[in-house]
Ligand binder design. Structure first.
Ligand code: ZN
Length: 187
């Protein structure tokens, strides 16, 4: 279980300057509860698992993408139905990085389980309850789960990050995070 957070995640969300465009990524500063100002200047590492795949890699350091790590993470987030990988939106990786980094801050170094990342329109059309205009088709969304961490807690953190949409699916125990417009819903 997640230890009691020292910080209330339900503070009012603050929309940061998170508009579109990779140029903004370099200056990204999603708020991390209780974290000082240097979180986003550190190498951005993510640990993703999906089935038997496990990739722990740095995708961003010193103000630029690290191609090897970025590509490896994009592969984990591929459309598994079609075995098709695309370039995942870096801000979406940053959102996942925010979740992962926050857990690590509390001493929990645990991978993020990817249920769905990129979806080709063909796959999206065949995905139950998927939105017709799903941001999964743009590589800007991920459905995730972290064993031992409630999906509601991940959704709270997603809202705190204020980087896009947050969908909470209690029945299925996962959270959808995307870098689209700020919105939240329960599925
Ligand atoms: Zn989703």
């Amino acid at each position: 279980m997640l230890p009691n957070p020292k910080y209330d995640l339900l503070v009012p969300t603050r929309r940061r300057l998170l508009q579109h465009g990779a140029a903004v990524v370099a200056g990204l500063a999603l708020p991390i509860p209780g974290w000082g100002g240097d979180f986003w200047s550190q190498p951005r590492e993510l640990w993703l698992i999906r089935g038997r795949e496990s990739v722990k890699a740095v995708y961003w350091a010193d103000g630029k993408l690290i191609p090897e790590g970025y590509v490896a993470l994009c592969r984990v987030l591929r459309d598994v139905q079609l075995n098709l990988a695309v370039q995942i939106d870096p801000v979406t990786l940053d959102i996942l990085r925010g979740v992962y980094g926050w857990l690590r801050y509390f001493g929990i170094d645990r991978p993020i389980t990817v249920l769905s990342g990129y979806r080709h329109p063909y796959t999206n059309a065949r995905t139950e309850r998927a939105a017709l205009n799903s941001l999964h088709m743009l590589g800007q969304a991920a459905d995730i789960r972290i064993p031992g961490v409630a999906a509601s807690r991940i959704a709270q953190l997603g809202k705190y990050l204020s980087a896009g949409g947050v969908g909470y699916y209690p029945a299925d125990g996962f959270t959808h995070l995307d870098r689209g417009k700020l919105r939240a819903w329960t599925g």
